[in-house]
Write a protein that binds this ligand. Structure first.
Ligand SMILES: Nc1ncnc2c1ncn2[C@@H]1O[C@H](COP(=O)(O)OP(=O)(O)OP(=O)(O)O)[C@@H](O)[C@H]1O
Ligand SMILES: [Mg+2]
Length: 414
C-alpha cells in the first residue's frame, strides 16, 4: 500500500506546553501533503514551552506517537519538531563576500551565509535557524536566488534564531528516548507561519501571533521574509489560572469553563447569562454571570495583546504590517479575541488556520484547527527542506537548503 512507502511519510511532533501533537503526513508526487493521522496527548512535562520533566514529557510524546501510528496505520522513525520559550533570541544580520568567478556559485552563497552568521552569541546558546531574507548583488537588492547571476559583490541578509543549547538538547533527548530521530528543530512560530500565512500577507507585511498554553509566539514578515520573532511567556494557562483564582474554582474546572463559556470581550456576552461554576472543597457549585468570567479573561488577554503591541513598537514593526495580525494557536479560538485585537491594534486581524495552505489535505478537524498550525507548518517546512535536498544533487546547500542547518549540530552532539 502506498501509504507505507516510508520516504513519502513525514512526521511533525509539536511538543507544546498544553499538548503533544504528532501528525503524520504523506507527500504526494505533486508536493501536496495528505494528513494520514494524528495523535494528541496532554503535555505534562513542560513549563512555558520548555521541558522541565523528562520522564513526563517522554510519556506524553510516546502516547501521542502511538495514537498517530495506530490511526494512520504506519510506523514512524523520525520527526520534525518545534522549539519555543523565553530563551529564544533572534536578530537580523548580513554578510558580504566578493564573487570569485564573475557569476555567483553555490559556494559563494555558502560563504556569504557563513559571513552573515559570524556574530557573537551567548556561550550557552546555539544557532537554531538561519532564515534567508534575500540577497543583493552589487547594488541590486531583493534577489531570492543569486546563483548564476553576474556581479562582483554578493550580500546576504538573514534572520538568525538562537536558543539555549540545553533546552534544545532536552527536547531532542525526550524524542530520542521514544526511539525517534529528530529530523530538525524549527522555531515554532516559523513553522506556524508556513501553515497559516499567505504569500500576499508576507509580502505586504504581517504579524503572526500564536497564542498557545504556555507562550505567545510572534513572527513578523515584511517583503516576503521573516524580520522579527519573539516569545512572550503569557498565554492560555494564565487565563485558566486567573479564572481559578477569581472565580474560586479548581484549575481543571476553570479550564473547562474557559473553553466552554470563555469570551475575551464582555460586550459580546448577554448581561443576564448565568453559568454554573464548581466550588473548591465540599462547597456547592454557584451560578455566576458569564460576564464576570469574560471580565477576568478580558484583563489577561488585553494585557497579553498589549505586550505584543509593545514588542512590535519597540522592534519598529508596528507601522510595517499593513496586512495586520493573524492569530493562531489554541487560545486564539476563544470568542472575542480577534475583535479585542482589532480594537487594540486598529488593524485587520483574522484567525489563522492551515486551511489556506492548499498544499495540505485530509483530516479537516486537524487542518482547520488553529492548535495544529505548528504541527502542519512543521510538515510543510520538512517537505520543503527535503525537496531542497533532492533538487540540489550537487551536494551544495543552495538558498532553500538554508532552511535546514540544525541537523549538523544535532548529529554532532548525540
Ligand atoms: N476553544 C477554546 N477556547 C479558549 N481556549 C482554548 C480553546 N481550545 C483550546 N484553548 C486553550 O488553548 C491553549 C492550548 O493551545 P495550544 O494547543 O496551541 O498550546 P500548546 O501548543 O500546547 O502550547 P505552547 O505553544 O504555549 O507551548 C490552552 O490554554 C487551552 O485552554
Ligand atoms: Mg504551540
Amino acid at each position: 500500500m502506498s501509504r507505507k512507502v516510508e520516504e513519502r511519510l513525514i512526521v511533525a511532533l509539536d511538543v507544546g506546553t498544553s499538548k503533544v501533537a504528532a501528525v503524520i503526513g504523506e507527500v504526494g508526487g505533486d508536493g501536496v501533503i495528505r494528513i494520514l493521522g494524528a495523535g494528541t496527548h496532554p503535555s505534562r512535562g513542560l513549563r512555558k514551552g520548555v521541558v522541565v520533566n523528562i520522564e513526563s514529557t517522554v510519556q506524553s510524546i510516546q502516547r501521542a506517537i502511538e495514537e498517530a501510528e495506530a490511526v494512520s496505520n504506519c510506523q514512524i522513525h523520525s520527526a520534525y519538531t518545534g522549539i519555543t520559550g523565553s530563551h529564544i533570541r533572534s536578530f537580523n544580520s548580513h554578510g558580504v563576500v566578493p564573487i570569485r568567478e564573475k557569476e555567483v556559485t553555490t559556494q559563494d552563497v555558502d560563504r556569504v551565509i557563513d559571513a552573515a552568521r559570524a556574530v557573537a552569541i551567548p556561550a550557552d546558546h546555539k544557532v537554531l535557524q538561519i532564515l534567508p531574507q534575500g540577497f543583493a548583488i552589487d547594488k541590486q537588492e531583493g534577489i531570492r536566488d543569486p546563483v548564476g547571476m553576474s556581479g562582483v559583490r554578493l550580500e546576504a541578509r538573514v534572520h538568525i534564531v538562537t536558543g539555549s543549547a540545553s533546552v534544545a538538547y532536552n527536547i531532542v533527548k525526550c524524542i530520542q528516548r521514544c526511539n525517534l530521530e529528530v529530523d530538525d528543530i524549527i522555531l515554532s512560530q516559523v513553522a506556524a507561519s508556513q501553515a497559516v500565512l499567505s504569500e500576499d500577507e508576507k509580502s505586504l507585511g504581517v504579524c503572526l501571533v500564536d497564542i498557545g498554553g504556555g507562550t505567545t509566539d510572534i513572527a513578523v514578515f515584511t517583503d516576503g521574509f521573516i524580520h522579527h520573532s519573539a516569545v512572550i511567556p503569557i498565554a492560555g494557562d494564565q487565563v485558566t489560572n486567573d479564572i481559578a483564582v477569581y472565580q474560586r474554582t479548581p484549575t481543571h474546572s476553570a479550564e473547562d469553563i474557559k473553553v466552554r463559556y470563555g469570551c475575551a470581550l464582555a460586550s459580546l456576552v448577554e448581561t443576564d447569562e448565568l453559568i454554573e461554576v464548581p466550588s473548591v472543597g465540599e462547597r456547592l457549585p454557584r451560578q455566576l454571570p458569564r460576564r464576570s468570567l469574560a471580565e477576568v479573561i478580558h484583563c489577561r488577554i488585553d494585557e497579553l495583546l498589549k505586550l505584543v503591541q509593545s514588542e512590535l513598537q519597540s522592534s519598529g514593526f508596528e507601522d510595517r504590517i499593513p496586512a495586520g495580525l493573524v492569530l493562531t494557536g489554541g487560545t486564539s479560538q476563544m470568542l472575542g479575541v480577534v475583535e479585542l485585537a482589532e480594537q487594540i491594534f486598529k488593524m485587520p486581524v483574522r484567525l489563522g488556520t492551515a486551511q489556506r495552505a492548499a498544499r495540505v489535505t485530509g483530516n479537516e478537524e486537524i487542518v482547520n484547527n488553529p492548535a495544529y498550525s505548528t504541527g502542519i507548518g512543521l510538515l510543510l517546512f520538512g517537505t520543503e527542506a527535503r525537496s531542497a535536498v533532492v533538487s540540489e544533487p550537487s551536494g551544495t546547500i543552495g538558498v532553500r537548503g538554508l532552511l535546514r542547518r540544525m541537523k549538523g549540530w544535532l548529529q554532532g552532539n548525540f
